[in-house]
Structures are given as C-alpha cells and as structure tokens.
Design a protein around this ligand. Structure first.
Ligand SMILES: Cc1cc2nc3c(=O)[nH]c(=O)nc-3n(C[C@H](O)[C@H](O)[C@H](O)COP(=O)(O)O)c2cc1C
Length: 165
C-alpha cells in the first residue's frame, strides 16, 4: 500500500499536522505540497490538508480533489483559527465530504492553528467584519497546533490507516 500526504500551508501550521500524520504511516509513503503533484496516480490512500480560508476550503485544494478523487481512499486534515468545536467546522467537514464524492471518504481531522502576526495585522485592516473578527482572535490561537493536537493528529492517522488495511 502506498500513501500520500499532501497539504497546502501558508504559515506552517498545516505542515506540522502533515508531518505528524506522515510520521505515523506504515509502508510506502510520500509527503508533498499540493503544488508539487499533478495527480494521485499510484496512491492507495491520500491525506489532504489545508488551512481554512474565508470560511472555506481553499479553491486550489477543492479543485484538485474534485479532479483527482475518483476511486481513491481519501482523508482530510485542516487547521483553523477558530477554537475546536466552533459550529462552522461541521460545514467545513461537510464540504470535505462533498468534494470527495466519487472517492472513498474516510474522515476529517481539524485543529486550531496560530494566526501569524502578519496575518493578524492584515485581517485587522480588512473591510469584511468577519475577517476583522478573526484578526481579533489572534492572541487566543498562540502556540497552536500544540503537542496535544499533534498527538491527536497521529491517532487520526492510525485510525484512517486501519480503515484501509
Ligand atoms: C486570508 C485568511 C483567511 C482565513 N480565514 C479563516 C476562516 O475563515 N476561519 C478560520 O477559522 N481561520 C481562518 N484563517 C486562519 C487559518 O486557517 C489558520 O491560521 C491556519 O492554521 C493557517 O494554516 P497554515 O499555517 O498552514 O497556513 C484564515 C487565515 C487567512 C490568512
């Protein structure tokens, strides 16, 4: 069995989760930024990670998944500024399921990721009040994903692998 962990990241949070998942995977495996791959050929299991942006999956990620998911075992991981349990996370999870239609959707992991200071500064200046509100969330996201989240991501990786073995 060959597994791919692919991710998008701007400030490194999602990459931390990608590395944790990758470290737990048994068998043949690759880890690549989403921009480095053109399709999913040759992989039996794929983990796709992204930062939530503007209350959504970044288009680059959703387009890639929709175009390549047919017949693939696929799981998702995402980082976001809102705290875990925030209501909108359910809709992001639902969107993951939607874009994976045609593939075998195995599950989603999510955790909080720190808002980098330049991002906070930018968001605070945004016209959109929702984006401004994210900027104000900055201090409460410091240090995420922390070690406990990394551990949870590792457990997620094991659970997903167990589903395809
Ligand atoms: C332009 C922009 C929009 C964002 N929109 C959201 C959002 O809608 N909801 C949310 O929870 N976090 C939002 N975030 C925060 C990121 O999802 C979060 O900091 C994430 O961990 C960044 O991951 P990365 O370091 O892998 O890029 C946004 C960040 C940026 C820069």
């Amino acid at each position: 069995m060959k597994t791919l962990v692919t991710y998008m990241t701007q400030t490194g949070n999602t990459k931390k989760i990608a590395d944790a998942i990758y470290g737990e995977i048994a068998g043949e495996k690759d880890i690549k930024a989403i921009g480095e791959i053109s399709n999913l050929e040759g992989y039996d299991l794929v983990f796709v990670g992204f930062p939530v942006m503007q209350f959504n999956i970044p288009e680059k990620v959703s387009n890639f998944v929709k175009e390549n998911v047919a017949g693939k075992n696929i799981a998702f991981f995402m980082t976001h500024a809102v705290p875990e349990g925030f209501e909108a996370i359910q809709s992001w999870t639902g969107s993951c399921k939607d874009i994976a239609e045609g593939g075998n959707f195995l599950g989603t992991f999510d955790c909080q990721g720190e808002l980098a200071q330049p991002v906070v500064d930018r968001l605070l200046k945004a016209d959109d009040p929702q984006m401004k509100a994210f900027g104000e969330m900055g201090p409460s996201t410091k240090g995420q994903p922390d070690e406990s989240r990394i551990q949870k991501a590792k457990e997620f990786a094991k659970e997903i692998q167990a589903k395809v073995q």
